[in-house]
Design a protein around this ligand. Sequence first.
Ligand code: CO
Length: 177
Amino acid sequence: MALRNIMEQGEPCLEKHCRPVTEFNEKLHILLDDMAETLIKANGVGLAAPQVGILRRAVLVLETNVPEGQEEYIIELINPEIIEKSGCQAGPEGCLSVPGVFGWVERPEKVRVRAQDRNGEWFEVEGEGLTARAFCHELDHLEGILFTSLADHIMDQDELNEYYGLDSEDADGDEET
Ligand code: CO
């Protein structure tokens, strides 16, 4: 496995529609393994292939809603689509490609995604809360959409402090995807 460079806002690869993955081969597996290493190193909750310069429909999302004592795990989603959404959440959202910036973004509270795994098998997975937000955020990357274009406003430090001060469980603020 190897770390990949994370592209930052302004790079053309972050503004492009990505093409479907058609070959479920070793090249894809290496990309996914590298993306996982890159995501973990960056301490993010999601990463999309275009963020490492690959214009293909592949994303990773870290499932953080796990029972106490169990480890968080990475979900690999190839050619994903949202097939159901419900509820609404609004809160700070960040992105590894826009470091240090958080915006107030509304997302569904719950989403169901259909995708292929690294071997091409179709499956469905549901996400809630931060995981639902990450699914939506990563799928947007595949359309060349960054959260900054969806945000009601970009949050300044005072607003972030106030938000996390009121909700100290989330005070680590590592919600960059
Ligand atoms: Co992002």
